[in-house]
Write a protein that binds this ligand. Structure first.
Ligand code: HEM
Length: 147
């Protein structure tokens, strides 16, 4: 077996999950811009649940690359840029708490949210989307030994 195969498989899982994460977050942002009704709340709740699951899997895939990837964990733990990437990921996780808690609350009540409430949530989602390009920049730098 080619010794790089496990690293390549982990890398492709990591990329797939990163694409899925960005797509789900963007879909949530688009859906939250539609006129509010019960159907919209259900759709948002489903998207948000998938988003959480994909974020968890992405963390696992990233952790697996760190531990079992071609470069070894010491390479990453010694990189400031890697820690900056993780800090952005953590910030996305924290920024996602408010939308998740709101959506869960709307799901429990009978009436749909007001447009203003949805708009506020879109701001939290956009803040998360804005953090994705710096993560991609950090990822490319770390992969090439910069920082
Ligand atoms: C939104 C979250 C994330 C995105 C968009 C993302 C994106 C990427 C991309 C595009 C690469 C490939 C870089 C390249 O080869 O040029 C990469 C590599 C990597 N990522 Fe992530 N990542 C994310 C989260 C994480 C997390 C949470 C971890 C660790 C727990 C992690 C660990 C790694 C590792 C170890 C590599 C391999 C770097 C190398 O080739 O040496 N990533 N990531």
């Amino acid at each position: 077996m080619n010794p790089y195969l496990p690293d390549a498989l982990l890398a492709s899982a990591h990329h797939l999950l990163a694409f899925a994460l960005a797509a789900l977050l963007f879909a949530e942002w688009v859906v939250a811009g539609q006129p509010p009704d019960r159907r919209l709340v259900t759709l948002l709740a489903r998207l948000d649940m998938s988003y959480g699951a994909v974020a968890g899997l992405l963390l696992l895939a990233g952790g697996a690359r760190l531990l079992w990837g071609a470069k070894g964990w010491a390479y990453y733990l010694g990189s400031h840029v890697f820690w900056a990437k993780l800090a952005c990921f953590l910030a996305i996780g924290l920024l996602s708490l408010k939308p998740t808690l709101r959506i869960l609350r709307w799901r429990r009540r009978a009436e749909p949210p007001a447009s203003g409430e949805l708009q506020a949530l879109r701001g939290w989602m956009m803040a998360q989307l804005i953090l994705i390009p710096p993560i991609l920049l950090c990822a490319s730098l770390v992969a090439r030994g910069l920082g």
